[in-house]
Write a protein that binds this ligand. Structure first.
Ligand code: 13P
Length: 253
């Protein structure tokens, strides 16, 4: 599957000063990274300062959302031009926290994904089942629905630039990660869903990350799985040492 991508999702953490301080600390730790992709998805307020702070680190800048409209009366939203001006390359879309607390739907995820691709960003589309859906045996049907919805209307050329993050909701921030074998099997299922739409060649090119309580202790086993192309990391991406440990584990593979 090629090189891994390690993306930190800072969620609603860090002021501008804390963001810049973090990069200073991580910069002195990260050494000899040649093949692993790195990205930090920061709060909107930190983006401009980070684009300067990240220069020369090899870490790309990501946002945590993108509006589907170009501009206008969309209070609380941030558009593509605003993100581009800040030096953003990636954007998280459809995180379960947005789906469950802020009314994000498969349709808004589709619109945001299309807007990201149209404007040259790499979307990191989050998909994942809740504990109740998992217990009810609905994991695959939920993931298929979310994956197909995000890709609806996209050309194969755009689809292959889409990054997916499989984030089982029950594993996020709980300390209960999916087992490497389970996570790998589910990521394989998501890839199969993409293959059914666009063919195997396109599906092989798409990066599919695992997220949900990935940390310094469990990252090596998760990242070593053949279908898992990297990690989307919440809590552990707020600790410079742990984030570096995860990057180094990816680099060793
Ligand atoms: P944790 O790593 O804190 O479980 O969060 C995962 C996540 O939601 C990343 O987007």
């Amino acid at each position: 599957m090629g090189n891994k991508l390690i993306a930190g999702n800072w969620k609603m953490n860090f002021t501008v000063a804390e963001s810049v301080d973090f990069i200073g600390r991580v910069k002195s730790l990260i050494k000899n990274v040649h093949k692993t992709g790195m990205c930090i998805c920061a709060p909107f307020t930190s983006l401009h300062a980070l684009s300067g702070a990240l220069r020369g680190t090899g870490i790309a800048l990501g946002a945590q959302n993108i509006a589907w409209a170009d501009k206008g009366a969309f209070t609380g939203e941030i558009n593509a031009a605003q993100l581009k001006e800040a030096g953003v390359e990636y954007t998280v879309i459809g995180h379960s926290e947005r789906r469950h607390m802020f009314g994000e739907t498969d349709e808004t995820v589709r619109l945001r994904t299309a807007a990201a691709l149209k404007n040259g960003f790499a979307p990191i589309v989050c998909v994942g089942e809740t504990d109740a859906e998992r217990t009810a045996g609905k994991t695959e049907s939920v993931l298929k629905r979310q994956t197909v919805a995000a890709l609806t209307g996209l050309s194969a050329a755009d689809a292959e630039k889409t990054v997916f993050a499989y984030e089982p909701v029950w594993a996020i921030g709980t300390g209960k990660n999916a087992t490497p074998a389970d996570a790998d099997g589910t990521v394989k299922f998501i890839r199969g869903t993409v293959a059914a739409l666009y063919g195997a060649a396109t599906a092989e090119k798409i990066k599919i990350l695992y997220g949900g309580s990935m940390n310094a202790a469990n990252c090596a086993d998760l990242l070593a799985m053949p279908h898992i192309d990297g990690g989307l990391i919440g809590g552990a991406s707020l600790k410079a040492e742990d984030f570096n440990t995860i990057i180094q584990a990816a680099e060793r593979l």
